[in-house]
Design a protein around this ligand. Structure first.
Ligand code: CMX
Length: 131
């Protein structure tokens, strides 16, 4: 069902302030930034080999990422796996008793179709599948 880890999402207070570490100290390539207005976040993608890091900055105090930062501080927010068929993957997960936050895909960064698994079903790790 899963083909690879697509990205790891990391919550930050400010992408601008986080970039010197990821881009300059670690030497990752910044491939772009984008606002995902529906989820009240700005995201920056950094590439390292086949893998990506997604920095998430809230664009409003009501953003779920702002709430995460308030509760837990900056840090790992979610792990995202690639799937070739997201509707099929959601159906399989539900059939296996996995609780989904999204039973219907929503739009993520780069126009990808994404769905979150409820952390209650994934050992507390917010998990995203994306196509
Ligand atoms: N890690 C662990 N648990 C988390 C979590 C996280 N990062 N975020 C939320 N939760 C928990 C909540 O505490 C809550 O637990 P309880 O049910 O025990 O209270 C549960 O998950 C559901 O969270 P919620 O906020 O009540 O539910 P919502 O449906 O309103 O929102 C979610 C869930 C995950 C979509 C939202 O919190 C979120 O993080 N949205 C931003 C998603 C994002 O990163 N978008 C960026 C673009 C995506 C991309 O392209 O990658």
């Amino acid at each position: 069902m899963l083909t690879k880890i697509n990205h790891i999402g990391i919550a930050v207070n400010s992408i601008e302030e986080a970039l010197p570490y990821y881009r300059d100290a670690l030497g990752m390539t910044l491939t772009g930034t984008e606002e995902v207005a529906s989820q009240k976040v700005k995201v920056a993608f950094l590439v390292i080999g086949e893998s990506k890091i997604e920095l998430l900055e809230p664009t409003s105090p009501e953003s779920p990422v702002a709430k995460f930062l308030e509760k837990s501080g900056p840090g790992v927010h979610h792990v995202a796996y690639s799937v070739p068929d997201i509707e099929g993957a959601i159906a399989k997960l539900i059939a296996s008793g996995t609780r989904m936050i999204d039973t219907v895909p929503r739009e993520g960064a780069h126009g990808a179709k994404i769905a979150f698994i409820h952390p209650k079903s994934s050992g507390g790790v917010l998990t995203e599948i994306c196509q």
